[in-house]
Design a protein around this ligand. Structure first.
Ligand SMILES: [Zn+2]
Length: 311
């Protein structure tokens, strides 16, 4: 993967690591946003490789098929389940300035995410393991070194199901504690957590192991766009609650994805927002089947959407 494929906007970035890189990188599912999207790819990539190596209590235990688009794969099983999220009532702590306030906000929203996604995991027969969030500016995690701030805003570490969102990184990127951005990013990262628990994460990594760079990027974009679609599903499940804008609710976070870039890694701003909307208006996880979506809907080299400058 080309770590330098994102030049503008906020790039979410977590891709499964190809098998060829197993054991050579720390495992990260970088989340986010930052100046360079590439890093994200590294993170996700790393995570998967370690998962595939089978160390510890990870999604690799699910032993998914190698191809996420295969009829009997974890990805298709998730789609065919037609599972729906539970409607949840969320009233998180106010997102004020500062790390402690961000931590409290994230934890409250994580509780909502856990409750909303539980029926899906139950339908899939998957053990539910809550995700945790860490807002500290840590240098090392269970998945290895945290990429530098100019490479990633955050990461999902599958080794301990921790979403790392160093407060200073996202706050700097968005110019403060902007709730739509914080909410969208957390919901997207939680989407990777769902992918990990259901086996899609490992499956995507396996699918990337034996293909060329172009196909590898395509798998990565399907992976990222699905996580964003999953974020949209959650935002819809929490539609009538205290999340987001007082008048528009969590829908404002759907619009935040229009600020995400990373064309090669994440599909660009237009497709990020498109898939977030698809989830927001979708009825079930079936709406988020990026694995069988047309090429035009998952982007690529020809997709150069107008991502705004980095906030
Ligand atoms: Zn991601």
């Amino acid at each position: 993967m080309d770590p330098d494929d994102t030049s503008t906007g906020r790039a979410g970035a977590d891709h499964p690591e190809p098998a060829s890189a197993r054991g050579t990188r720390s495992r990260w599912l970088p989340v986010a946003i930052a100046v360079a999207a590439a890093l994200l790819m590294l993170a996700a990539v790393v995570v998967v490789s370690d998962l595939a190596a089978g160390d510890g209590d990870t999604a690799s235990d699910i032993t998914p098929a190698a191809d996420p688009s295969a009829p009997d794969s974890a990805a298709t099983a998730l789609r065919d389940s037609g599972a729906q999220l539970a409607t949840v009532d969320c009233d998180p702590a106010d997102l004020r300035q500062g790390r402690d306030a961000a931590r409290a906000y994230y934890r409250d929203v994580l509780d909502c995410l856990d409750r909303a996604w539980r029926p899906v995991l139950d339908r899939m027969g998957v053990e539910h393991r809550p995700a945790s969030v860490d807002v500290a500016d840590v240098r090392t995690t269970e998945c290895g070194e945290l990429p530098p701030a100019d490479r990633a805003l955050g990461l999902y570490c599958d080794a301990d199901h921790t979403i790392h969102l160093p407060y200073s990184r996202l706050a700097t990127a968005v110019g403060g504690t902007d709730e739509p951005a914080f909410l969208a990013t957390l919901a997207h990262e939680y989407g990777h957590h769902i992918q990990a628990l259901t086996g899609v994460f490992t499956e995507a990594g396996n699918a990337m192991s034996d293909v060329g760079a172009a196909a590898e990027s395509e798998v990565g974009r399907r992976f990222e766009l699905q996580a964003t679609c999953f974020a949209g599903l959650f935002l819809d499940a929490a539609r009538d609650t205290g999340l987001g804008d007082p008048s528009r609710g969590p829908e404002v976070a759907v619009q935040d994805f229009a600020d995400w870039s990373g064309v090669e890694s994440h599909g660009g701003a237009r497709l990020q927002q498109q898939w977030a909307s698809t989830g927001f208006t979708g009825d079930s996880v079936a709406a988020c089947d990026t694995w069988s979506a047309r090429a035009a809907d998952i982007g690529g080299a020809g997709e150069r959407s107008g991502a705004p400058a980095s906030p």
